[in-house]
Design a protein around this ligand. Structure first.
Ligand code: COA
Length: 433
């Protein structure tokens, strides 16, 4: 007996009531089997793949791509032979595991393979390495039929792999960097594009996804009495050191920017001022000193601002921080950051300087109590210790802290220590584990 079942979006947790449909993998008339991917949705936190619990035929999609779908409401209708819908009338939700919507291949150049968790499971159950299977889906995504075809011994046209950051090969540092320092140049601004045609008429859009999350987070942040503190850091030595280490990092398949130094210096300074790595509860009665330094990094992505975090920075080398940042940045650019990467932030840094600017006023994200933001490195004259004018690479940092918890002196002492590591980067050597 066939039965058309409205397949509901189940509770994803974390209080999420709605998601945006990013992509449908099925259309009316398609046959689906259990664990087949149905669609990809995005909550205000992360991308999630929805898979089927039924064998059947899709009869109707309740939403178009980019629509907002609500928890508890039908996503699509499936014509199934099964009668007992009571236990199965909601979808299976598979959050993308942290950093791994991609199953890493052993492949050349660290190319990664895109696949949904259900497809990955199917490959694992059949002892297959996803890297060995040619994906025919979007951006080379390995689909269920690709795995089945592989099991049956068939082959598919090999697609061009999606460009992703190469995987780090090793994290250990060489005893010395055998490369001559390269002169540091700041990137020129992009050539100015002609202005787009004027709109002509007003346009109203619904706020969704990352923008909607920003409304919620910033409204909460408005309850915090912000305290601001700024300073300038002489980066001249670090600029030279980074230009040498950047070459070494590239040989290891890693991009090494200034961020890993900012992040590691913050973690070292946080060990001296743990209150800045604490969380305050909603009623401001209890303060939890967080053991892990999970440093959130404000990231400008095609979808907007997100803040993934590098976890447990206290136990990572600068190279390991860079590797993790590379991973988060590739996921962010692809709009594929998972919930695990976006949660658990204990302290944040925002580097707006890759875009421009000198000073900023960062916003503390509750339950955190502090955040720092850096402007662009500028080459400007400064006096050295002999009173001589020298060419200096200067960056400005702006700290914001929750003034209910943090006083100015603590913020200033922390900032001084952070600054010390960055101005004399050799001092890292003493304190790195
Ligand atoms: N001054 C000068 N150069 C800078 C710089 C700064 N403050 N920050 C970055 N750069 C350089 C980098 O060193 C790199 O140069 P390179 O090619 O010589 O290595 C280049 O700019 C690109 O760096 P980027 O890819 O942006 O890496 P990053 O690690 O410095 O920054 C992010 C990573 C995710 C922080 C950054 O890409 C980003 O999204 N910043 C915006 C954050 C934001 O929107 N904040 C506002 C929140 S309201």
């Amino acid at each position: 007996l066939n039965k058309v079942i409205p397949y509901k979006l189940s509770d994803i947790g974390e209080g999420i009531r709605e998601v945006v449909i990013l992509e449908w993998y099925v259309k009316p008339g398609d046959k689906v089997a259990q664990f087949d991917s149905i669609c990809e949705v995005k909550s205000d936190k992360a991308s999630v793949t929805i898979t089927s619990r039924y064998d059947g035929t899709v009869t109707k999609l309740h939403y178009e791509t980019d629509d907002v779908a609500f928890v508890g409401q039908p996503l699509l209708d499936i014509d199934t032979e099964e009668n007992d819908e009571t236990s199965k009338d909601e979808d299976v939700i598979e959050p993308e595991p942290s950093g791994d919507l991609t199953n890493k291949t052993s492949g050349i150049g660290g190319v990664k393979t895109l696949a949904t968790p259900a497809v990955r499971r199917l490959a694992t159950e059949n002892n297959l390495n996803l890297a060995d299977i040619a994906g025919t889906g979007k951006d080379g995504r390995v689909l269920k039929e690709d795995v089945l075809r592989h099991i049956e011994g068939g082959s598919a046209p090999v697609p061009t792999p999606a460009p992703v950051a190469p995987a780090p090969q090793t994290h250990s540092m060489p005893p010395s960097a055998p490369h001559a320092p390269a002169p540091q140049t700041l990137k020129a601004a992009a050539p100015r594009a002609p202005p787009p045609a004027p709109a002509g008429q007003d346009r109203t859009v619904q706020l969704k996804g990352v923008t909607k999350a920003m409304v919620k987070a910033m409204t909460e942040a408005l309850k915090i009495p912000h305290f601001g503190y700024g300073d300038e850091i002489n980066m001249t030595q670090l600029v030279e050191l980074r230009s040498r280490l950047k070459v070494v990092a590239e040989e290891r398949g890693l991009k090494l920017s200034y961020m890993p130094f900012f992040i590691k210096a913050a973690s070292l300074a946080l060990t001296h001022y743990p209150v800045l790595n604490s969380s305050v509860d909603a009623t401001c009665e209890n303060l939890t000193y967080k053991a892990a330094h999970n440093i959130g990094v404000a990231m400008d992505t095609p979808e907007g601002l997100v803040v993934p975090c590098v976890k447990n920075v206290q136990g990572l080398s600068i190279f390991e921080v860079a590797a993790e940042l590379n991973r988060l940045q590739s996921l962010g650019l692809a709009g594929k950051l998972g919930q695990a990467d976006l949660s658990g932030v204990t302290f944040s840094l925002s580097n707006i300087g890759n875009i421009g600017g000198t000073y900023t006023k960062p916003v503390v994200m509750p339950p955190n109590v502090a955040i720092g933001a850096m402007g662009r490195i500028q080459v400007v004259p400064r006096f050295d210790e002999n009173g001589e004018i020298t060419k200096a690479h200067i960056i400005n940092v702006s700290w914001s802290a929750d003034h209910r918890i943090i006083d100015g002196a603590t913020m200033a002492r922390f900032s001084n220590l952070w600054k010390q590591y960055l101005e004399d980067p050799l001092s890292f050597v003493l304190d790195l584990k």
